[in-house]
Write a protein that binds this ligand. Structure first.
Ligand SMILES: CC(C)(COP(=O)(O)OP(=O)(O)OC[C@H]1O[C@@H](n2cnc3c(N)ncnc32)[C@H](O)[C@@H]1OP(=O)(O)O)[C@@H](O)C(=O)NCCC(=O)NCCS
Length: 179
């Protein structure tokens, strides 16, 4: 059983610039999840403003839908990042899903992702969402375990031309979750 210290889900803010930069440094050449970690951040206040705009559906990139980015903070450091899409397109139902999440490499393996997804689901409930679809590669065992630990039920497995492996789509009912 993991012991998770105080973890708070916050909206992006300029105060965490140094922590954000060290998070990206830690990721190195690894693929960045969720997609907002790929955004340009040289001008950090501009990144924070852009994320806020995305949440309001303003100046979205092509193919994107309104989405809210959250940072999970522990002892003044960002240890996890999630992105919550407010609705899906047909394409996002296959690739992307409602929630993308990732954990800082040095914070992995102690239950941080489970807490990150749990708190992001609570936010989805606040937005009035009743069911969340989360998609991951079947080979990503850690991700499946996080999703299942949060009430995810495997809905389908399929492949798409963009990836070699099988994708899994999980459904998580919000209204059946414990408070
Ligand atoms: C997937 C990821 C978010 C998990 O973060 P984490 O904080 O280490 O996860 P947790 O500590 O909450 O552990 C979740 C479960 O995965 C298991 N796990 C963790 N790392 C694992 C690994 N490398 N291989 C297999 N299982 C692993 C844990 O043992 C735990 O399982 P348990 O319920 O049996 O104890 C993290 O590895 C990550 O950021 N990966 C890259 C981004 C990514 O894949 N995001 C998901 C996209 S859908």
């Amino acid at each position: 059983m993991h012991v998770v210290p105080m973890l708070s889900l916050i909206a992006p803010t300029v105060e965490y610039e140094e922590s954000y930069r060290s998070y990206i440094d830690e990721l190195g050449s690894a693929e960045r999840y969720p997609f907002t970690l790929d955004l340009e951040f040289d001008d950090f206040p501009a990144l924070v403003a852009r994320l806020s705009n995305f949440s309001l559906g303003i100046e979205l990139p092509d193919g994107a839908v309104p989405n809210t980015t959250f940072w999970l903070v522990e002892d003044g450091e960002i240890v996890g990042v999630s992105s919550l899409r407010h609705h899906l397109t047909d394409r996002l139902r296959l690739l992307g899903g409602h929630i993308g999440f990732g954990v800082r490499p040095s914070a992995q393996g102690r239950g941080v992702a489970k807490e990150l997804l749990k708190q992001t689901l609570t936010q989805a409930g606040h937005l009035g969402m009743s069911e969340i679809l989360v998609i991951c590669l079947k080979e990503n065992t850690a991700s499946s375990r996080v999703i299942e630990a949060n009430g995810g039920k495997l809905e389908s497995e399929y492949s798409v031309p963009e990836y070699d492996g099988l994708l899994q789509r999980y459904a998580i009912p919000i209204n059946k979750m414990a408070p």
